[in-house]
Design a protein around this ligand. Sequence first.
Ligand code: ADP
Ligand code: ASP
Ligand code: MG
Length: 427
Amino acid sequence: MALIVHKYGGTSMGSTERIRNVAKRVAKWHRAGHQMVVVPSAMSGETNRLLGLAKELAPAKPGDAYGRELDQLAATGEQASSALLAIALQAEGLDAVSFSGWQVPIKTNSAYTKARIESIDDVRVKGELNAGKVVIITGFQGIDEGGNVTTLGRGGSDTSAVAVAAAIKADECLIYTDVDGVYTTDPRVVPEARRMERVSFEEMLEMASMGSKVLQIRSVEFAGKYRVPMRVLSSFTPWDIDLNEEARSGTLITFEEDEQMEQAIVSGIAFNRDEAKVSVLGVPDTPGIAFQILGAVAAANVEVDVIIQNISKDGKTDFSFTVNRNDLAKTLDLLKGEVAPKLGAAEVLGDAKICKVSIVGIGMRSHVGVASRMFRCLSEEGINIQMISTSEIKTSVVIDEKYMELAVRGLHREFALDQPVDSLAKA
Ligand code: ADP
Ligand code: ASP
Ligand code: MG
């Protein structure tokens, strides 16, 4: 008998028919003798629908101004799907109980719309499991110190599931979704993308942080920190397939790196259309400039990603960085209003029409010339690179958004990611 967490995404919970299928699948696992905790997302489209209603009422900057109420609102999506799943499980003859984040409780900080989990109390969950029940816990949400409902950012149910798995020391966390695993890149953009049987934790972390939305980055961070075995698999296989076959399907996120993994120079390609570029032109090239610009941005709770500073000319330099697109207006207001006048900057520019494309692979540690191969491939496609950033196992470029698909497809071909794994070593 094992203790297992299942997470089902929005599409997998998208209709009563699909919820019934989820219930039948969970019942199969429960009847096989496993203790089951299930973390569902809201039914597909529901979170967007709810946030859309808020926007109709308050179009201007809802992110910050109405954060508390947005969370109070959006959290209902998961509350509904969780209760529906409990009802479906009871209709299957199982004892099931659903809890909202606050009932567990899942404690978070108070950063509305992007809260972080701080602790999870396992007493109530363990008690119900020991009483033989299937426990359903809403994804995406928690409660802060002041008793306010919070949400964990889009895609946050992945993080709820892994954090719950860590808290109750589950044997495995299975993320059921609308694709049958983690692919070399988003299969909706590159149809030739290949499913990976296994992906190293480090690569998954980079892929997620570079924009692969198959897993929310924080879920991978939790899995790494608490060593939660994690698998991504399809919820669209027939619910009654053999349990052992199902348990081995999809993609395993593994903490062990083997030789074959290192042979592949690039394992995956990620892209992110959610960023925007900010440039502060003509600032004095003196110590403390980066801090004065980025310190002010950080103080406004805006996360900064790729940063470049140009070489100086006549004692002046240009400084560029990327932020989330939702934070662009706020960042520009801040820089134009306070920072630029203080520094005597010539101009502050914003560009939302960019995207970041990244190649990721632990093989990059031991192979040289990978980045230049990427740059050559992009130049052959006629794509101009605006910014570059690298780490040990990834190289990212910021390019014009309109070339995103061209770049991803070209790079996928260049690094032979559509080829079977054996031939990757030669790629
Ligand atoms: P869920 O609602 O189940 O959480 P998501 O839409 O959040 O599902 O994540 C699954 C989607 O992630 C897939 O439908 C796919 O389009 C996208 N995706 C992006 N990158 C990848 C990748 N490398 N491998 C698989 N899917 C990916
Ligand atoms: N329902 C939330 C969203 O749409 C959380 C999730 O699906 O993971 O972002
Ligand atoms: Mg998701």
